[in-house]
Each structure stands twice: as structure tokens, then as C-alpha cells.
Design a protein around this ligand. Structure first.
Ligand SMILES: [Cu+2]
Length: 141
């Protein structure tokens, strides 16, 4: 690649990154905002099909795409070891509740599983600072 091409490419890339980061900027979360799993309880044994209830304190639940401060929608991480990238829209490794749902029904294989919630903004990006619940461990019968 010659120098001209390389410089043009690098300028284009910079422009792309600047544009992307200004469009996809994380929404702020208010101090003290907290996501938590209402049920099941940490350590609980549940049947194969069970309901998970999502809690949120200090913020409101709004469907994805809603451009309103201090709101977001829930994302459930089932058996996810590492939290998603906090600067990018969350992908398919998390379950999105973009309709503003505050509970869901899961069917899992018997054994131990982990559940954790993370709130995402209108563009599915975690807030700044991220609103992440405690990770709970449950046993499926
Ligand atoms: Cu989402």
C-alpha cells in the first residue's frame, strides 16, 4: 500500500471512529441506580421452567429506542462469565427485554446456573456507570 492510500485509509478510519463514538455514547445513570433480581433468590433451587423477576431502583424501565434520561431496558445474562463490553451495544449473548418487560420465563437444564442483569439504554449500550445486578447462582432440579 502506498503512503497516499495509507493516509487516506487512516483518515477515513479516524472519521468513522469519531462518528461512531459520538452516535453510540453511553447514557448516564443516576447515582445509586441499581438493578437486582427479585426472584429467584441467590442459592434457590427451582424447577426446570421458572420465572425471573427483574428489579430496578433509581431509574425507570422504558422500551429500547426510547430517548429519555434515567431509563433503560433489562438484559439477562444466563451463565455468562464475562460482562459484555460496556461501550458497545449488547449482542446476542444476552437476552434483551427491549419491550420494557420486567420478568421472563426460563427453561434450563438441571444443574447450577448463574443469572445477572444489566441495564441498557435506548441503543442497548450499558449506562455510565453501568447498572449491573449481583450475579446469583441457582440450582435447577
Ligand atoms: Cu437491549
Amino acid at each position: 500500500m502506498n503512503t497516499y492510500l495509507r493516509n487516506t485509509c487512516s483518515a477515513l478510519l479516524t472519521a468513522l471512529i469519531v462518528t461512531t463514538s459520538s452516535v453510540l455514547q453511553a447514557s448516564e445513570s443516576p447515582e445509586g441506580a441499581q438493578a437486582y433480581i427479585i426472584s429467584p433468590n441467590n442459592g434457590e433451587t427451582v424447577p426446570r421452567t421458572f420465572t425471573v423477576k427483574f428489579g430496578l431502583q433509581g431509574m425507570g424501565v422504558a422500551p429500547a429506542g426510547t430517548d429519555k434520561a434515567k431509563t433503560g431496558h433489562h438484559h439477562l445474562l444466563v451463565d455468562v462469565e464475562t460482562l459484555p463490553d460496556m461501550n458497545l451495544p449488547m449482542g446476542k449473548d444476552v437476552k434483551h427485554f427491549g419491550g420494557g418487560q420486567t420478568e421472563t420465563t426460563l427453561t434450563l437444564e438441571p444443574g447450577k446456573h448463574t443469572l445477572q442483569l444489566i441495564l441498557g439504554d435506548k441503543s442497548h449500550i450499558p449506562h455510565n456507570p453501568p447498572v449491573v445486578s449481583e450475579k446469583i447462582i441457582i440450582t435447577v432440579k
